[in-house]
Design a protein around this ligand. Structure first.
Ligand SMILES: [Zn+2]
Length: 494
């Protein structure tokens, strides 16, 4: 008897993300030590973050503010009463042998964020991903492995406590994600949001944003979840996507061959593009949580909550919606422009100064973005102000200058600033669209090229381009291209 192998489409993946996000406060969560990244190892430490006997932690108020703002931006309910708990575990980079975290009363719960993907036809696909909870906790230190003693040759690890006590928020999603692409987009949207809020730099390379993935696979139609596997160690959005895609295939294959899927933690190996088993997973009871006795429970007063709510900026999803529905931009353009808050605000300032939105989008995403890239600048560092960009765009639309002239003067505007209008006037770059003036130039050009004129009249009509080029050369590109074409054709065909 043969049994047909089930096909891939008969399974679905259930994916949730746990994201640790380092808050960009100046000092640590429970002491005054600096949070500076890249300082000399063990420079930013004190008795509190070293866990020495007899010290007491004090909560940094900025941490609470940033956590609440992140919770509000993720549409969460902010807990009227919240507290810290001790999570017990022994690890060399955790000098207290417990981590101060939050267990049963997190600061924020029951929220959502919206992700937007673009389908093949360019239409937006929007999906809400539930946020289970958001809580505050302290980071652990950092182990540097791989040293070896010069005399004995034995290997050792070094520990750096600078990161110990740096504030984190952990954001746990509902298992609403179904593919590697959705998960990567979720992580990117989360990063956009914390960056818009200014509560984190979201830098994945420096570990400010770290994602762990929980993933299981089940046959479509089955209610019960499959066995959950956790994947760690992904430090880019594409690694998140690829690790999930790999793991989905691995789990489906295991189910198809009747192999048991273990509940475990797996590591993503970037070099080999695969996940490998790291350890079997602890349950939460192993951590023996209990309320932190050295910190008082927290209450956020209603007035304070209102104040923080009012301070939230417009968030990327809302900007995307209005760029698409009110400014008529494509979902792709809206996504690119709103990725960085400063770029979005620059674009909006140009539109507010009456720039055509589509044209402004093209300039910001094209020539200006390329300039920022090569010069390694942020958009706030360029001399070209949004008002001047709006002038430049209007001059092209009104026919005062050609698109080519605009591109030619852009570098000067980007580096030196000033009014685009004044620059065009001072350099005498106004487009020649006066028929009389243009006709004189065209006549001169034709008179100077009798050979080409003869060839043209003998049927070599593609020489029109040659004549247009001569006119542009003579006028330094200032001739109105459309008029030049029309007038030249008429005269050559006489
Ligand atoms: Zn300290």
């Amino acid at each position: 008897m043969t049994i047909a192998a089930p096909v891939k489409t008969q399974y679905e993946a259930i994916i949730g993300l746990e994201t640790h996000c380092q808050l960009s406060t100046n000092s640590k969560i429970f002491c005054n030590c600096s949070t500076e990244f890249g300082a000399t190892p063990n420079q930013n430490v004190c008795p509190v973050c070293m866990g020495l006997p007899g010290v007491l932690p004090v909560l940094n108020q900025k941490v609470l503010e940033y956590a609440v703002k992140a919770g509000l931006a993720l549409n969460c309910q902010i807990a009227p009463d919240s507290k810290f708990d001790r999570k017990q575990y022994f690890y060399p980079d955790l000098p207290k042998n417990y981590q101060i975290s939050q267990y049963d009363l997190p600061i924020a719960e029951h929220g959502w964020l919206e992700i937007e993907l673009v389908d093949d036809a360019g239409n937006p696909i929007r999906k809400r991903i539930g946020i289970t909870r958001l809580h505050m906790e302290e980071d652990a230190g950092k182990l540097v492995h791989g040293g070896s003693d010069r005399l004995s040759g034995s290997t050792y690890s070094l520990v750096d406590y600078n990161r110990t006590g740096v504030p984190l928020i952990e954001i746990v999603s509902e298992p609403d994600l179904r593919s590697g692409q959705e998960a990567a987009e979720y992580a990117q949207e989360l990063r956009r949001i914390v960056r818009y809020l200014g509560v984190s730099d979201g830098n994945m390379q420096e570990g400010s944003l770290r994602c762990d993935v929980n993933i299981s696979v089940r046959p479509v139609g089955q209610e019960k979840f499959g066995t959950k596997v956790e994947i760690k160690n992904m430090n880019s959005f594409s690694a998140i996507q690829r690790a999930i895609e790999y793991e989905i295939d691995r789990q489906i294959q295991a189910l198809q061959t009747g192999e048991r899927i273990m509940q475990e933690t797996r590591l993503w190996e970037e070099g080999k593009q695969r996940t490998i088993s790291m350890r079997s997973k602890e349950g939460s009871s192993d951590y023996r949580y209990f309320p932190e006795p050295d910190l008082v429970p927290m209450k956020v007063p209603a007035e304070q909550l209102k104040q923080w709510h009012m301070e939230l900026p417009e968030l990327p999803a809302s900007k995307r919606h209005s760029y698409e529905s009110q400014l008529g931009l494509s979902p792709y353009d809206a996504r690119v422009l709103t990725d960085d808050r400063l770029v979005a605000e620059y674009f909006e300032a140009a539109v507010a100064a009456k720039a055509n939105p589509k044209q402004a989008a093209n300039w910001v995403m094209g020539d200006i973005a390329a300039y920022l890239n090569t010069e390694k600048l942020s958009i706030t560092q360029i001399a070209l102000k949004p008002l001047s960009l709006a002038e430049l765009i209007s001059m092209i639309e009104e026919g005062t200058i050609s698109g080519k002239i605009a591109k030619d003067i852009l570098p000067e505007l980007l580096s030196s600033g000033g009014s685009a209008k004044e620059l065009v006037e001072s350099k005498g770059l106004v487009q020649i669209s006066d028929t009389g003036e243009l006709e004189k130039i065209i006549d001169e050009v034709i008179a100077a090229s009798p050979k080409e004129l003869e060839q043209y009249r003998n049927g070599k009509t593609k020489l029109l381009g040659f004549f247009v080029g001569q006119v542009m050369k003579k006028t330094s590109g200032r001739a109105d291209p459309k008029m030049t074409n029309q007038m030249l054709s008429q005269k050559l065909n006489k």
